[in-house]
Every structure is written in C-alpha cells, then in structure tokens.
Design a protein around this ligand. Structure first.
Ligand SMILES: [Ca+2]
Ligand SMILES: [Ca+2]
Length: 379
C-alpha cells in the first residue's frame, strides 16, 4: 500500500520509514528557518524528499570515477542530430542572488556583485540522445540503474506500478521511489524514451553528470556561471527575459499550470519534459535554463553567503548536497517558485529524479564541439 503522510509534511523529523530506511528528506530546506516560516509553509517541497540516504556520498568525483573503467563499446556516430553546441558567454560583472530573497530559506540572498570570466556554456540541456551516445561509447551505468530505483512524481506513474510502491516521503508525498525508473525508463518499467530523444535526460545524479561532462571534455558550470549565463546580460530580473512571467501573453518556459500536484492544465504545451529546443532562447542563446529540467551545477550547497564582491566563485569547499538551478516542469508558484534566475535548491550528489538533468560548461574553447554565435548586438 502506498503510504502518504501529507499531514506529517512538516514534522520535525521528516523521515518516513515504511519497509526499510532507504530515503531521508532534506530537513534543512524543508524545515527552513523561523524568519521564512510563512513562505516556507507553501514552499520547500518541490525538491525535497528525493535525497537518497547519505550512505554513499563521496567528496570527490575522482573517487567516484575510480569505481569505473570506461570500455570503448561503440565508436560509431550518434544516429540523432547532435545538440552538444556551446556558446561563448562573454565575461562581466552581475548581481548574483537577491537582497530581498523570495525564498530566504534557500539561501537566495544577499545580493553580491560577482565577476565572471568568459566561458562556454551548452546551449541546450543534455538530451536523452546525447546521453545515450555517451552510454553507448562508454558502457556507463547511472546511479539510478545501480541502486535500482529513482524518484518519480506519483501523478505520472502508471497505476500498475504505483500499486506496488510501499514508500513515500513525508515532506513531499507526491515523490515515490520507483523500482526500475532510470533515464531510459523515466516513469518506471515499461515506459520509454524512444519518443523523447530530444528531451532532457533525467534520473541522472550529480555524479553521473560529472562523468558525462568529463567524457565530453567539459565540466559542470559553477552556480555563479549558471546564474550569470541564465540572466543573459539583464540585471536583477526574475526570469531570463525580464520580470513578466508571460510576456505578450506567451509562455516562455515549461513549468506547471493548474493545481500542484493533482491537476496540470498544460497551458505551456508540455505535461512533462519538453524538447530542449522549445521556447525562445535568452540573450546569450541559451534554451530552457529555467523550467523543463532542473540542472545540476558544480557547487556544494550552503545557504549563508557573504555580500562581498566575488570573482569567479566556486562555492564552499565541502558539503553534503550539491546545488541545482532553474526549476522544472513540476514547478508551480504555490509550491515551488524556483523557476527564477536566482532560485536554487539542493540534493545529495547521488540523488536522481524524473525532473532533474544538467548541462555542461567549459572554461576553454571546446574541441570537437560546435560553437554557435549569439547575437553580438546583445553583448
Ligand atoms: Ca508544462
Ligand atoms: Ca532547465
């Protein structure tokens, strides 16, 4: 029987044990602080609940990669149109974070002037096609595949699968761990990516994302790089195109319309993930930074920041969770107002879910990767 404890959502110890203790919730983000209590009562659940138990967190991706020796299984070309393009993000100084944070419990503030050197950023979220190409070449198995499960929104799980699930998460009862859910089976066994090869890959952990970027000759962006690139040269705007959610009445990203988590009216055209080429790009030519899939960035997560000026910040030296940015198709303002440039959330590096993906960056001119030009008028 599926156990859902919505009434216990904000219990002090937000750990629900049904059959065995495999999962815990991120108490810090869900519990928040007293100053943020009112906001927090409506927020803080969209990303929690899908942290794995912190039994397998490693301090260094190098430690992790030692577990694998990639085999060159297939050196053929990808049968799909490649979407590994990058764009040069011109260096500059911007205001990172907010002096009046909308979700203070997430560490959105304070604002700090932050200078970023020029770097290259993937134009698109990494797609299923690109990830399959990586897997075909290397034989890589994701953590969800090795753990044997991953988190899926209950609304999207076929009934036959849902009936067998015996665990849920107190802070976010709509997240269910599904045996056999992984990047090839985004909603569980029997589901497929064949009709969504140009959608963002999901069910990839931070560790998986690092391994992909390494294979591609790239790295994960820092949080500051991600936010700088997402803002597209606009200062202090909520979204990559400005402050208006629906400029000229048009949807500009893939989030949730309706009533979360039970009714999605799909006014933006997409119930789950969308092709990574959907919606207009920002002024740096980047697509779907906000919405569609959450995106891992390199930094460890903390919620306290200095207001001092920053130069190419790389985040804390240590931590337990990694930062993710941009929100996803599951975000609704009432529960997860995190589809803004300054929004942030966190998960343990081995966590995975049906709305969490990534894109890569590079500090140097990437080799063997197409670099596209953004409109020079928009510098
Ligand atoms: Ca949508
Ligand atoms: Ca995104």
């Amino acid at each position: 029987m599926v156990v859902k404890l919505a009434l216990a959502k904000y219990a002090a110890l937000a750990v629900l044990i049904v059959s065995n203790a495999m999962f815990s919730v991120c108490e810090e983000t869900c519990a928040g602080n007293t100053a943020a209590k009112e906001t927090e009562s409506k927020q803080g659940s969209c990303s929690c609940g899908m942290n794995r138990e912190k039994r397998d967190v490693r301090d260094s991706p190098d430690d992790y990669s030692n577990m694998y020796s990639f085999e060159k299984k297939n050196s053929g070309e990808s049968p799909y149109r490649r979407t590994n393009h990058m764009v040069l993000i011109p260096g500059g100084t911007f205001t990172m974070g907010l002096d009046k944070p909308i979700l203070p419990q997430d560490g959105e503030g304070p604002a700090r002037r932050t200078t970023i050197d020029s770097f290259y950023m993937d134009v698109y979220e990494v797609t299923n096609a690109e990830f399959e190409y990586f897997v075909n070449q290397t034989g890589y198995k994701t953590e969800a595949e090795r753990f044997g499960n991953s988190f899926v929104l209950d609304y999207l799980i076929p009934n036959k699968i849902q009936e067998k699930i015996t665990q849920a998460v107190a802070s976010a009862p709509w997240w269910l761990p599904v045996d056999g859910a992984d990047w090839r089976h985004p909603f569980g066994p029997g589901t497929t990516i064949v009709d969504r090869m140009d959608h963002p890959v999901v069910h990839v952990s931070w560790n998986d994302a690092v391994e992909f970027c390494k294979w591609a000759g790239k790295v994960l962006p820092t949080e500051a790089e991600w936010e700088y690139a997402t803002r597209g040269g606009l200062e202090n705007k909520l979204f990559p195109w400005g402050d208006d959610l629906l400029p000229n009445g048009e949807h500009r990203m893939n989030i949730w319309q309706g009533s979360f988590p039970t009714k999605n009216t799909v006014e933006d055209g997409f119930e789950t993930t969308a092709p990574v080429t959907s919606f207009p790009p920002n002024k740096y030519g980047l697509y779907n930074t906000v919405g569609n899939a959450w995106e891992w960035v390199n930094d460890w997560y903390k919620i306290q920041h200095t207001s001092d000026d920053q130069l190419n910040p790389t985040g804390p030296l240590h931590g337990t969770d990694r930062v993710k940015k941009g929100g996803s198709y599951m975000c609704h303002k009432s529960y997860c107002y995190r589809y803004r440039c300054a929004s942030r959330s966190n998960n343990t590096p081995d966590s995975s879910a049906s709305n969490l993906g990534f894109r890569c960056a590079s500090q140097k001119q990437p080799s063997d990767v197409p670099v596209v030009e953004h409109d020079p008028k928009l510098k």
